[in-house]
Design a protein around this ligand. Sequence first.
Ligand SMILES: C[S@@+](CC[C@H](N)C(=O)[O-])C[C@H]1O[C@@H](n2cnc3c(N)ncnc32)[C@H](O)[C@@H]1O
Length: 378
Amino acid sequence: MKKDEPAQNLFEQKAPSGNKYLTMNRSHLMNRLAELSNVDSINLFRSQLGKLRDSLIQENSDSSLITLNPAEIVEYKSSVLLGQMDQMLSARTLERARYYLNRLIKSITESRISRYNDLDLNRWQEYEEIITDSLWLIEKRDNSGAHLGWYWGNFIPQIPRQLMLRYTKQGESVLDPFLGSGTTLIEGKRLGRNGIGIEINPVVAEKAKALIEKERNLKDAKTEVIVGDSRKVDYKKILSESGIKSFQLAVLHPPYFDIIKFSGLQEDLSNSQSLQDFLKNFGEVVENLTPYLDPGRFLAVVIGDKYQQGEWLPLGFYCMEEVKKRGYTLKGIIVKNFDETRAKRNQKELWRYRALVGGFYIFKHEYILLFKKGRKAI
Ligand SMILES: C[S@@+](CC[C@H](N)C(=O)[O-])C[C@H]1O[C@@H](n2cnc3c(N)ncnc32)[C@H](O)[C@@H]1O
């Protein structure tokens, strides 16, 4: 075999698929990788690497690892680690193989944690779950645990999950001023993020509270549900009573104006008298929370549009302006698919016919607008 020929067949065993992690003895692994960096021929490199790869899979079923303390083991997503080894195996030159090897060693020995989250950028390939595209096509709602999906007008838990994973660290605090059924706080509890939720409807808030309590608290997250009007609640008092200093993320999922009337309460944004009134109320919610969100941190608005008397009202874009004029920078407009409501699904054909006759489009998307709070935000 020529020096620069790829060696695809040296290692026939396929990388285990899925999200499984390999657990390895740190010092054994580091010694083997160090030995590999001293090898001076590509053929020897490939054969030693093949053996290492082989033994890692076997070592993983070695029960002696259980007795080691966490500092003595390395955990790595198996598909990513074995994929990196495959990349080394198929490198054409020793120089290239060593480049991949050094990158792997660095990912094990050094972390590069970003400012706003717990993601280690030296291990970025392992975060397959995190969406970085502006189009989110999520097929199924997560109905696990306390996420029951009972509330008409709720959002799927994957939305706050994605936002919290990307824009908060464990132990930080999230505000949801339109709590509804508590989706954000349930998910936050899972991820070890503290959560404060404000909900105007006491009956809904009570039910949300019970569900949030049902979710197991393995990561020591504080949660608080407050019944009140988000335009006016006293955040200073709420924060001091809950022992939280400030928020690092705000997730806002307001009523889409009056599409769903959430209650008979006058302060409920879904009972706003006009579009202007709705936007004014929404703006007041943003204004009230802004002093308590740390500068440089993120605020997300989840909202869809509506038709009114034959006119498409871009509620999302109007709300975007309300946030921007309060000192926030727009960082992203994400378009997310949504399912038709059950009623519409049953009448799918009829709606399609109506759309063809009326020359309009059936809503299938909503927006997740992402903002960063500027230093001068009010
Ligand atoms: C679209 S829903 C939020 C659903 C929530 N994301 C979930 O997954 O269940 C909007 C919620 O805001 C509440 N709401 C409306 N006006 C409010 C206000 N002024 N202050 C606090 N909550 C309000 C409504 O009662 C409703 O539950």
